[in-house]
Design a protein around this ligand. Structure first.
Ligand SMILES: *Cc1c(COP(=O)(O)O)cnc(C)c1O
Length: 449
């Protein structure tokens, strides 16, 4: 059979809001042309993020009922801890309410003030947390990864030569940790190869710098390694994940992604001293060590989610659905970042609106037009999020896990295609108010006359 079907059937449904173009023009204005400010009951298909928007399975919903809500020593926590240890091999597992809490606690415990932290590409919250702690975040992505038109297997790879130059320039003593983000969310959801992770670890060892993985989408990355990297075709996703984590000294995770759940995260490491310091901060600001700000029922759902996410039938459908969306857009000449990533498709604003300067937020303009035409909400990952020096200006169509059907995806294709056909009528935007950090979440915008 050549049709790839969703490897599940639907047991519960949720109605989605249907609106008109005229209504949506009003909603956009009320939201100051920032889709983060839009109420979700005005959104027909929500591709703002794949974070915490996963449809949980019947097993997970069932688990919520038998979870153990004990404050200390909850049985549900130990199931969560076992699941994380099985995959990562790390001895110390610290639950957090989401990924950014793990980041904040890590950088606070390490003390990053005045220090330099490299990554293939820092995600916005990682960069935000480093800068909030008065450290400096640097992206050392390989050159191919910065070009949306080049097709390559592992465009998320760290530029190892550049990393070594960086270490020599800044001094190893000023680099408390090196990060690799798998998959590279801000860089198009592109995977990182096992070889690249191994070589980055070897370089870090040479200079005595710990390597951490930002592992939000570890299973998607492992699936790409299985499909694209020699020597992994017959390994299970679990085996690939175990090898990947064996090269790291620790990890932060937003389990709202590959935890297949609606909230959660963790910080994990083999460094006992770091874990002790982190737990002290956790207790002061998040919660006790066996729940870290989560309801125990969420830990119970996550323990199951970590299993379900490594199911290859699921991953084949997941990556296949994103690839299908990408291929349909390519067929309609809509410029996307190539090849399709793991968790979504990224429209390339520089080719979509080549004449609009980055100072007028072309990716935000495209995102707004897609919403206006269809009620599909996407997100800008470009000059509004990262400033005018952004390497790529992108509109991310993040696909929630197990939520939308093939017909929904076909509707999204139509919306993006219509926006592209209407590109010559689009006007730029200007900021009328912005916050000093992570401005894209709350900025108010207005069309330029
Ligand atoms: C989502 C995400 C984070 C932050 O996690 P939250 O759960 O949103 O706090 C960090 N890094 C990457 C790569 C992410 O995708």
């Amino acid at each position: 059979m050549k049709t790839k079907i969703e490897p599940f059937k639907i047991k519960t449904v949720e109605a989605i809001p249907m609106t008109t173009v005229a209504q949506r023009e009003g909603y956009l204005k009320e939201a100051f042309y920032n889709l983060f400010t839009l109420r979700s009951d005005k959104v027909t298909i929500d591709l703002l993020t794949d974070s915490g928007t996963t449809a949980m399975s019947d097993r997970q919903w069932g688990a919520l009922m038998y979870a153990d809500e004990a404050y200390a020593g909850s049985v549900s926590y130990y199931k969560f801890e076992d699941a994380v240890k099985k995959i990562t091999g790390f001895k110390e597992v610290i639950p957090t309410h989401q990924g950014r809490a793990a980041e904040r606690i890590l950088f606070q415990a390490m003390g990053v003030e005045g220090k330099f932290i490299p990554n293939n590409t820092h995600f916005d919250t990682t960069r935000g947390n480093i800068e909030f702690s008065h450290g400096f975040a640097f992206d050392l992505l390989n050159e191919k990864g910065k070009n949306p038109e080049i097709i390559d297997d592992f465009k998320g790879n760290m530029d190892i030569a550049k990393l070594e130059d960086f270490i020599k320039e800044k001094g190893a003593e000023n680099i408390p940790v090196c990060f690799i983000t798998v998959t590279n969310n801000a860089g198009g959801g592109q995977p990182v190869s096992m070889q690249n992770i191994r070589e980055t670890k070897e370089l870090c060892n040479k200079y005595n710098i710990p390597l951490f993985l930002d592992c939000c989408r570890f299973a998607e990355n492992c699936y790409f390694i299985k499909k694209r990297e020699k020597g992994y075709e017959n390994k299970s996703i679990l085996e690939i994940a175990q090898e990947m984590f064996s090269y790291a000294d620790g990890a932060t995770m937003s389990a709202k992604k590959d935890g297949m759940s609606n909230t959660g995260g963790f910080l994990a490491t083999n460094n006992e001293k770091l874990a002790r310091d982190a737990r002290t901060i956790l207790i002061v600001t998040e919660g006790f060590v066996t729940y870290g700000g989560l309801a125990r029922r969420d830990l119970e759902a996550l323990a199951i989610g970590f299993e379900e996410v490594m199911d290859e039938n699921y991953l084949s459908y997941r990556i296949g659905q994103v690839e299908y969306l990408g291929n349909q857009l390519i067929k309609n000449n809509v410029p996307i970042l190539n090849p399709p990533g793991g968790h979504g498709i990224f429209l390339d604003a520089k080719r979509f609106l080549p004449n609009m300067p980055t100072s007028q937020f072309p990716a935000q303009v495209i995102a707004n037009e897609i919403y206006r035409l269809s009620g599909v909400r996407t997100v800008e990952i470009g000059s509004l999020m990262f400033g005018e020096s952004t390497i790529m200006d992108l509109v991310r169509l993040a696909i929630p896990r197990r939520v939308y059907t093939q017909n929904h995806i076909d509707y999204v294709v139509e919306a993006c295609t219509e926006a592209y056909e209407n590109r010559n009528n689009l006007k730029g935007l200007k900021i009328v108010w912005e916050a000093p950090i992570l401005r894209h979440f709350t900025a108010k915008l207005a069309p330029i006359d």
